[in-house]
Design a protein around this ligand. Structure first.
Ligand SMILES: [Zn+2]
Length: 522
């Protein structure tokens, strides 16, 4: 029996003009699609999701929200509509004629592109909060339980393919729930081809957009096929460009023989990504790459196909080459501050006219939500800028200096960090032709944020409300390539309890196999 009428079999009332007209005629009145979905405002939150979203030819319109497109040519609207057909955005603007398209009521909501995370180690999801107080390396107070010795050398080597799969899937769904529609998953867990395939299958199973980062096998497990399995992986899983998942080659420059990984990645036409940070002794290595003298051959050079993560503690030479070649930079601001990677180089980037994308890095230490990312980035940059301005007056007793020191960038705005979190992320992953903004012709990766919620209302400034007030609970609806994945606060097609049980079982195995005791109050 259909849920919405008396027909004996399920009906598609919202999938096309014909279906809509049939339903309207059966109802005997000139109803709007919204009327069909909900009897009145009180029932709006109970409306069922439009059926068949994301499928070829299926249309729906997101009606009446505050639309922040993140595309200057499209602009912003205090109240407007977004029309979606199949996977793509067809139109953005006020009072769109949508024919018989199903309606998603977005009144009181903010409609914007999904967030894009350009660096995240999702295989560590089962280790969440284990290293909340941790540093990268041992050697000083606070470093007893550190990332290198515990996460990479104790936990990572004992992962089985099934651990990889459930960690990747759960981490993906969790970020999807928080409105992060795209991730670059830097999986360093390729102990065998089965591990690699499990990581990819976990990403695909979530129904989320993902760049699979094929990095090394953390802990150096014997017999791993990195990097030579890259060609097989690309051919088996990434032969089409018309899919949600893409591939990036990892080539860590602190590992011996990294030139081979770079060469394989470049032969396959992939971006080549690497962690670049001074604690791993990388500064002189980046300088060599900047001079075209890197790798075993002494001739390897960085290029526009590079995606560098962190970039803390690098020289002016390295930075200038990154700018000149157009390499991409991803900053994991909260992690960099917390785990002693070094000061996030936001001011350096601004001084060069560069902009970063943002990334989560590791949930063993900090949350993967993007509101935290944006707030942290904005706050640390403004703290640095504000103090530099105040410092000018300390000697003279000018307690509110009104001159900007030469070369000091302006304070970041909410709009700036929203750009970092959306379109810059798309550029960083070479996906800006597909996503990153609400632009007609792009794929519909859209989030709908509740601005009527108790922590946000009344709405006075759209970018400000998103960056300064919102958190995961305000992410009401999430759409990936036109398909509804979260609807009115709940992930669709997800057995969360079952998946959580699998993740907990994986966690129990990992701690036991790694010889690390579980202690909730360590
Ligand atoms: Zn990382």
């Amino acid at each position: 029996m259909c849920r919405l009428c008396d027909e004996g079999r399920p009906q598609n009332h919202f999938g096309g003009r014909r279906g809509f007209l049939k339903a309207a005629a059966a109802a005997g009145a000139a109803m709007t699609a919204f009327d069909l979905l909900a009897a009145g405002p009180a029932a709006a939150n109970e409306a069922p999701a439009p059926l068949g979203s994301g499928e070829r030819g299926r249309r729906y319109v997101i009606r009446g929200g505050a639309v922040m497109s993140m595309d200057p040519t499209v602009g912003d609207f205090a109240q407007a509509d977004v029309l979606v057909e199949g996977k793509k955005i067809i139109a953005v603007g006020p009072n769109l004629q949508a024919g018989g398209a199903a309606v998603i009521d977005a009144r009181g909501r903010i409609v914007m592109p999904g967030f894009i995370d350009t660096h995240h180690h999702q295989f560590e999801t089962a280790l969440r909060s284990f290293l909340a107080d941790g540093l990268l390396l041992p050697g000083t107070p606070g470093g007893d339980i550190n990332y290198y010795q515990y996460i990479l050398l104790k936990f990572a080597p004992v992962y089985r393919p099934q651990d990889v799969y459930i960690n990747e899937l759960f981490g993906s769904l969790s970020q999807l729930d928080a409105g992060v529609t795209t991730v670059h998953d830097i999986s360093q867990i390729h102990h065998s081809p089965a591990h690699s395939d499990a990581a990819i299958q976990g990403l695909i199973a979530s129904g989320r957009r993902a760049a699979f980062g094929y990095f090394e096998s953390a802990g150096g497990v014997a017999g791993n096929q990195y990097p030579i399995d890259a060609a097989r992986i690309k051919k088996q899983w990434f032969s089409s460009t018309d899919q949600l998942t893409t591939m990036i080659m990892g080539g860590e420059v602190y590992l011996p023989g990294y030139e081979k990984a770079w060469q394989i990645g470049r032969e396959l036409g992939l971006q080549v990504a690497a962690h670049i940070l001074s604690p791993f002794g990388i500064r002189p290595t980046l300088d060599l790459l900047a001079q075209g003298k890197g790798g075993d051959s002494g001739t390897l050079a960085l290029g526009p196909d590079n995606l560098f993560v962190h970039m803390t503690g690098m020289s002016d030479l390295g930075w200038q080459k990154v700018k000149d070649t157009g390499a991409q930079v991803s900053l994991a601001v909260p992690i960099e501050m917390n785990m002693r990677h070094g000061m996030p180089p936001i001011l350096k980037m601004q001084s060069l006219g560069l902009e970063p994308s943002l990334s989560v890095d590791v949930e063993c230490t900090l949350t993967a939500d993007f509101f935290t990312q944006m707030r942290s980035c904005m706050n640390v940059q403004r703290a640095l800028v504000n103090q530099a301005i105040l410092d000018q007056g300390l000697a003279t007793g000018d307690w509110w200096p009104t001159t900007q020191p030469p070369g000091l960038p302006n304070p970041l705005t909410s709009r700036d960090v929203l750009r970092y979190a959306t379109i810059n992320g798309a550029k960083g992953l070479r996906l800006d032709g597909k996503v990153g903004s609400l632009t007609p012709g792009k794929e519909a990766d859209i989030i709908i944020l509740d601005a009527t919620a108790i922590n946000v209302a009344p709405l006075n400034n759209v970018p400000g409300a998103v960056v300064s007030l919102m958190e995961r609970s305000n992410v009401e609806t999430v759409i990936v390539a036109g398909k509804l994945r979260k609807w009115k606060g709940r992930l669709l097609d997800t057995d969360l309890a079952g998946l959580r049980a699998q993740l907990e079982a994986s966690r129990d195995y990992l701690f036991t196999a790694a010889g690390v005791g579980q202690d909730l109050f360590r």
